[in-house]
Every structure is written in structure tokens, then in C-alpha cells.
Design a protein around this ligand. Structure first.
Ligand code: GDP
Ligand code: MG
Length: 382
């Protein structure tokens, strides 16, 4: 594993740590037995000793750690019958200045304006919007961190937190480099795309051109016989916003089976976290499956704690959060990282044990990096 020491390795292969130190010394690396060593060093050592050494990725290692506590992240527990429909989770992507922030803002206020007449709620990094499709109440969760960096970062950490990507393209500007980049990210993640052709209010708007351009990249509009929904919108005049919400729901229904078991210990991802002066560590958690409740013992990355309060996207305190619901969680002992997985575990003790192990692992990996650098420096000094 990452950050293993020579003593760890010696134990695994049944030799004296001192002999490994010696082998490395002859190879020109000065390492003590208890020091964490870099992946490359372990591999070099393996080659020298005729051992096939594979360094376990942090993801695999974390899976193993959770398994040792009889936990599995990323799977619904229970039968097909236990699964219930959950709202789609949407990320907004697109070229800079094409209106991602403005659009997210406009969508966020579709509900707020009606509900509390201009009341200002603090953004928590994600929010749910209610809409009606075919006479049915439906909701959609938007992750309020535009940009594919956040999207990619979370995906890289194994947290598939987005069901649908809304690709924003300004109707006056047309397809630009970051439009294609965003599109490629969505394709790589195998996430269906809904195109919001924005700034339709502008004189220079040419929504037909946008359709033609994106067709060349495989996004063929439904009206041209393809299977991608294109919606003309204006984040300023609010034209087309309801249609956009409807297109998202229809795309979810057509392409995805969005269900989760609400009756299991909650699992999700931290999409944002910070230290609040009065309230301590505050993390916005998007629940993937299960139901998160006040009093639950949780581990979030290398942070742990017991849920003291849950605050929804309207700033209200709630008792629980269902699948696809974003909530602010209070009660953690430290601040987790964005993209860290969040799990409800049996008790505080288990939460602390997992958090401590992750913490130790991170420290070891950090130390391995530093010691590797030192060794090289020493070599060059000679
Ligand atoms: P982002 O970089 O994609 O987040 O883009 P912003 O949301 O910051 O918008 C960039 C600029 O375009 C801002 O000046 C917005 O006011 C403007 N803008 C965004 N949406 C619209 C729209 O629908 N119509 C018009 N006319 N301007 C818009
Ligand atoms: Mg922006």
C-alpha cells in the first residue's frame, strides 16, 4: 500500500527489515526500516528481489479498510423491492461566461421567489428545485459548483455524484473549446447531456447554429431525429426555465433508472465543507442512498462525528435527509475534503477508528513523498 515502510514489506515477505535496508543501500537509496518509502522504491525493491510488488491504489485501500469493518461504499443494501425513485442530480457545465452561474441562480430562485417572497437563504453548494411534469410533482437536485473541475475531481475519487449534465452554450457565442471539454467529461463519465442554449434574449442569438455545431460532436437534437434535448433559455428573462426542468426530468426517465434504498444507513459524498466560527465544521453532504438522521454516527473522509443538526437548502433544520437530498451536516470533529465519501456507521467508536486509519494513511503517504525527496537530495549532494 501507499506509504508502506520497509518493516511492513519485510513482514509481508518474511525477511529481516535490515536486509531490505541493505539492498536499497546498494541500489543507492538511503532508507531506514521504519520510514515510509515511495511507491517507486517499493517497486524497484520488488524487481531486485524477484517479487512482484503492486502498490495498492488509495481507492482500493479504502475499500479494504471499509471491508474490514463489514462496510461497503457505493452499493444499495437490500432487495429490488426496497428501491425507491430518487430525484436526478444535475451538474451544470459549459464554457466560461456562457451563463452557468446566472442559470443556476435563476433556477434556484424558481422555488424561492414563490415560497418566501425574496427571502435570502444561504447557498449550501447544492439545492433542490420542484417542478411538475405530466401532472406529477418532481424534484431535481442541482450541484451548485459549476465547472467541470469539481465534476472531474469528484469522479476521480470514485464518487459518481452526477446523473445528468446540463451543457450551457451561449446562443450568441456558440460552441467554444470549454464546451467541448465539458462535453468530453460528460461522455467519459457516461452521463447523459441536456443542452441549455442560453442568452436567447440577445439580438445576436443563433440557436440553430448551436444545434448544428453540437450535432457534429454527437449531440443531435431530438427535433433533428437525435436523442438529445435542446432547450432555448435565458437566465436573464427566465424564458425556457420550466422547459429546461422538464427536459431534465424526461431525460432522466428515458435514460436512467434512478432509484435508491432509503432504508439503510446513509451513504453520500461531501460536496463542500468549511469551518464555521460559531458552528464548527460544516459539511454539505449529498445523500446517495439511505436516510441520514440526527444522531447518526458518521465518518466523512478522515473526519468523524455524530450528526448534531441537519440544515436543508432553504436554511431550515430538518430531522432527516433522503436520497439525492443535499444537507448541511453539523457535528463533525474536523473538516472533510470535497469529494470525500460519507458513511453512517454503527457507532461513534467505529466512526473514529475509520477516520483515524484514513488520517494515518494520509500522513504516511505525505511522509513517503517527503522522504523520497530527501533521499534524492542526499544523493545529489554527494
Ligand atoms: P459563467 O462563467 O458561465 O458562470 O457565466 P455567468 O453566469 O457569470 O455569466 C456571464 C455573463 O453573461 C454575465 O454578465 C451574465 O449577466 C451574462 N448572462 C448570463 N446569462 C445570460 C442570458 O441569458 N442573457 C444575457 N443577455 N446575458 C446573460
Ligand atoms: Mg460562473
Amino acid at each position: 500500500r501507499r506509504g508502506a515502510s520497509l518493516t511492513d514489506l519485510a513482514e509481508k515477505i518474511g525477511v529481516e527489515p535490515a536486509s531490505l535496508v541493505q539492498v536499497l543501500f546498494h541500489l543507492g537509496e538511503m532508507v531506514t526500516a521504519t520510514q515510509s518509502v515511495a511507491d517507486e522504491t517499493l517497486e524497484v525493491l520488488g524487481a531486485e528481489l524477484d517479487y512482484n510488488i503492486e502498490v495498492v491504489s488509495p481507492e482500493d485501500e479504502d475499500r479494504e479498510l471499509l471491508e474490514s469493518f463489514d462496510l461497503e461504499f457505493g452499493e444499495d443494501i437490500g432487495d429490488e423491492d426496497d428501491l425507491e425513485a430518487r430525484p436526478p442530480v444535475v451538474t451544470v457545465m459549459g464554457h466560461v461566461d456562457h451563463g452557468k452561474t446566472k442559470l443556476l441562480d435563476a433556477l434556484r430562485h424558481t422555488n424561492l421567489v414563490a415560497k418566501e417572497a425574496g427571502g435570502i437563504t444561504q447557498a449550501i453548494g447544492a439545492y433542490q428545485v420542484a417542478t411538475e411534469v405530466d401532472g406529477q410533482d418532481r424534484s431535481i437536485t442541482f450541484i451548485d459548483t459549476p465547472g467541470h473541475e469539481a465534476f472531474t475531481a469528484m469522479r476521480a475519487r470514485g464518487a459518481k455524484s452526477t446523473d445528468i449534465a446540463v451543457l450551457v452554450v451561449a446562443a450568441d457565442d456558440g460552441v467554444m473549446p470549454q464546451t467541448i471539454e465539458a462535453l468530453n467529461h460528460a461522455k467519459a463519465a457516461d452521463v447523459p447531456v441536456v443542452v441549455a442554449v442560453n442568452k436567447i434574449d440577445k439580438d445576436a442569438a443563433d440557436p440553430t447554429r448551436v444545434r448544428g455545431q453540437l450535432s457534429e460532436f454527437g449531440l443531435v437534437p431530438e427535433e433533428y431525429g437525435g436523442d438529445t434535448q435542446f432547450v432555448d433559455v435565458s437566465a436573464i428573462t427566465r424564458q425556457g426555465l420550466d422547459e429546461l426542468l422538464e427536459a431534465i426530468v424526461l431525460t432522466a426517465d428515458a435514460a436512467l433508472d434512478l432509484r435508491a434504498n432509503p432504508d439503510m444507513p446513509a451513504q453520500g459524498v461531501a460536496i463542500e465543507a468549511h469551518l464555521d466560527k460559531g458552528r464548527g465544521p460544516v459539511a454539505t453532504v449529498l445523500v446517495h442512498r439511505g436516510t441520514l438522521r440526527i444522531g447518526d454516527s458518521i465518518v466523512a473522509g478522515s473526519a468523524h462525528g455524530r450528526v448534531r443538526a441537519l440544515i436543508n437548502d432553504q436554511g431550515e433544520t430538518v430531522d432527516e435527509a433522503l436520497p439525492s437530498m443535499p444537507v448541511q451536516v453539523l457535528g463533525l470533529t474536523s473538516v472533510p475534503g470535497a469529494g470525500d465519501n460519507v458513511l453512517v456507521v454503527e457507532d461513534d467508536r467505529m466512526a473514529r477508528q475509520i477516520a483515524d486509519k484514513r488520517e494515518a494513511r494520509m500522513r504516511a503517504a505525505q511522509q513517503a513523498k517527503t522522504s523520497r525527496r530527501k533521499t534524492l537530495d542526499q544523493l545529489f549532494e554527494q
